[in-house]
Design a binder for this molecule. Structure first.
Ligand code: IPE
Ligand code: IPE
Ligand code: MG
Length: 236
């Protein structure tokens, strides 16, 4: 739930449109991804400045593995390079990094880097930056369901004890409040397997802006739009 100034506690962003941004400028798709990293940094700063406590960024979906190998490789490298490079500044800014999604399909090197980033930023208390990498909501729900079923089978949990809270606690986002606002850039109006459970009562905002152009001003505009929304949660 948002705080008194109506600033969302948790904003989740589907960073879309890097390829189209690049194409419109006669550049390679990959250049759009590189420029997108600049937007990531701008949004982290803006979120911190405005008092947003959680910022979740959809960086690579389970389905994105199906893109041409060269693009997949480039995205993996860019992700690892950027988070490693930015870690000192994130620590300085008080940003804690948490990574959600599968880890088992990454190389040992990538896995270790991800663990290192989480470990070295864990004292950050200004903003939690949640990076969804090899993430899809259905995959997360399948993994959570297996864990819960396993607990029932071993007698650690009774089936009738399973409720909303139990499911939430077994998702990758356990302990993270549900998003108040979900933004998807580039004008596409779909969730593409992102936070399906957690999005139950999220406000949605679909700006036309391509992700590489989504900077502080656009971020502030999203906050303004959110502040005007009336959330009813099924009540009168
Ligand atoms: C979003 O931009 C970044 C990722 C999905 C990794 P796209 O690469 O999807 O760019 P478009 O949608 O093709 O323009
Ligand atoms: C969603 O964007 C995934 C990320 C932003 C990481 P896509 O570009 O992959 O989604 P679709 O294919 O348009 O639904
Ligand atoms: Mg896309």
């Amino acid at each position: 739930m948002g705080n008194e100034k109506n600033i969302p506690t948790h904003i989740a962003i589907i960073m879309d449109g890097n390829g189209r941004w690049a194409k419109s400028k006669g550049k390679e798709r990959f250049e759009g991804h590189i420029e997108g990293v600049v937007s990531v940094k701008a949004c982290i700063k803006a979120a911190r400045k405005r008092g947003v406590r959680y910022l979740t960024l959809y960086a690579f979906s389970t389905e994105n593995w199906g893109r041409p190998q060269a693009e997949v490789d480039a995205l993996m490298q860019l992700f690892c390079k950027s988070v490693t490079k930015e870690t000192p500044e994130l620590i300085e800014q008080g940003v804690r990094v948490q990574i959600i999604g599968r880890r088992d399909r990454f190389s040992e090197e990538v896995r270790e880097r991800l663990l290192h980033i989480e470990e070295s930023t864990k004292e950050g208390d200004k903003l939690t930056l949640v990076l969804a990498f090899d993430y899809s909501s259905r995959d997360e729900l399948v993994r959570a369901t297996r864990t819960v079923a396993d607990k029932v089978q071993r007698g650690e949990l009774r089936a009738e004890e399973i409720n909303d809270a139990v499911i939430s606690a077994h998702l990758d986002t356990a302990g993270i409040p549900d998003p108040d606002l979900i933004i998807r850039t580039s004008g596409e109006c779909r969730l593409s397997n992102f936070l399906l459970w957690q999005a139950s009562y999220a406000e949605m905002y679909f700006p036309q802006t391509m992700w590489p152009d989504f900077r502080e001003e656009e971020f502030d505009k999203a906050l303004e739009i959110y502040a005007l929304r009336e959330r009813r949660y099924g009540l009168l």
